[in-house]
Design a protein around this ligand. Structure first.
Ligand SMILES: Cc1ncc(COP(=O)(O)O)c(C=O)c1O
Length: 362
């Protein structure tokens, strides 16, 4: 098997495919790590974005604009939170969530989960678990503690009247595509309510992909704050923090947050997702992988983790060699976050190819 010393150089994309500098085509099952939900260069999205470029790009957060209203209207079809704060990346959405929780409760303690990933700025990094991401950047933000993910007893012990918020991913993404247990999520909701703390669902990776707008909807639980990013603008850098908490104007903000081009990206993405029923359809596309080296398949909809008996890195390289792009989530998990427009047949063919590679390569 050839070793890749050089990383693949991508030059363009169309639909579920991308091309490298030599003109070779790849099936893109990772889509910018879960970003291009409508696929690459979606004609309608491109047209809307180009028209917007000619119209107005940034207005400044102190002005109203039609694009914001259009985006809020589209969002109202999916969620019923009172306020949305707009940032430019997942980590900013999480920073806002942490700040809002502290401000609203007057408490500072944030409870996060082992194996969690919430971003790489100092606040979100303090909620992120892995040593590799944290070490060398200390001291991190005080007031964060981690409990074992999916451990009800640990949650009962950790969540107290000191807790401002509990933050968790309904399906852990970077941590290996690990869904939260139903009992655990319900316990988090009950306990936070009991002690006057807030529940934050980080849906930056799990949003849009599982058959519902938010993965947390599968649990019948309503968080106090939800963060979204990645695919919400189909590739334009934009993120959302949704909440009913009223944060005084000017207390938090961003130069680029909620600019007309970002609102256009979200409004158009949501319009197409809704019209083409892409979120619902994603829920039906989950598939199990089998083979001697496969322990199990985890996830929901088009957020899929193939858990292997051995490190996944070499398989990712071998798949790239055969024209399929995936990546890892943790050491032994192959992660698939394909565009939601992917056809069942294409996915089925990819499954056979992936299983073939998993069986072939020693
Ligand atoms: C659950 C979750 N939260 C937050 C982030 C951070 O998002 P970004 O890389 O856009 O800052 C990620 C990124 O992978 C994520 O998966």
């Amino acid at each position: 098997m050839p070793l890749y010393r050089k990383r693949l150089r991508l030059v363009r994309g169309e639909g579920v495919y991308v091309w490298d500098e030599k003109g070779r085509r790849y099936l893109d099952l990772i889509a910018g790590i879960g970003v291009n939900v409508l696929g690459h260069a979606h004609p309608e999205w491109v047209l809307d974005m180009s028209r917007q470029l000619e119209k107005i790009v940034v207005a400044g957060p102190m002005f109203e604009h039609d694009e914001r209203e259009e985006m809020l209207e589209e969002l109202s079809h999916w969620v019923d939170y009172e306020y949305v704060y707009m940032g430019n990346s997942g980590t900013e959405a999480v920073e806002a969530a942490i700040k809002f929780a502290r401000l609203a409760t007057g408490r500072s303690e944030i409870v996060a989960m082992t194996n969690a990933f919430h971003g790489r700025t100092l606040g979100s990094l303090s909620a992120t678990w892995k040593k590799k991401y944290r070490e060398g950047f200390g001291p991190l933000v005080p007031g964060f503690k981690h409990i074992p993910f999916n451990n009800v007893e640990a949650a009962k012990e950790a969540i107290t009247k000191e807790t401002a918020a509990v933050i968790f991913e309904p399906i852990q993404g970077e941590g290996g595509i690990v869904p939260a247990d139903e009992e655990f999520v319900k316990t988090l909701r009950d306990l936070t309510e009991d002690v006057g703390a807030l529940l934050i669902a980080d849906e930056v990776q799990s949003g849009l992909r599982t058959g519902k707008f938010l993965a947390i909807e599968h649990y019948g639980v309503r968080p106090d704050i939800v963060t979204m990013g990645k695919g919400i603008g189909n590739g334009f850098p934009v993120s959302l923090t949704l909440t009913d908490l009223e944060i005084p104007r000017g207390k938090h903000g961003s130069t680029f947050g909620g600019n007309p081009l970002a609102c256009r990206a979200v409004a158009t993405t949501l319009r197409i997702l809704r019209r083409d029923r892409l979120v619902e359809k994603a829920g039906e596309k989950f598939m199990e992988f089998s083979g001697e080296r496969v322990v199990k398949t985890r996830g929901r909809g088009l957020m899929i983790g193939i858990v292997l008996r051995r490190p996944a890195g070499n398989y990712v390289k071998a798949l790239q060699e055969r024209g399929i792009l995936v990546n890892t989530a943790g050491n032994r998990v192959i992660r698939l976050l394909p565009p939601l427009i992917i056809e069942g047949d294409t996915l089925e063919e990819a499954r056979k190819e992936i299983e073939g590679v998993l069986n072939d390569i020693l």
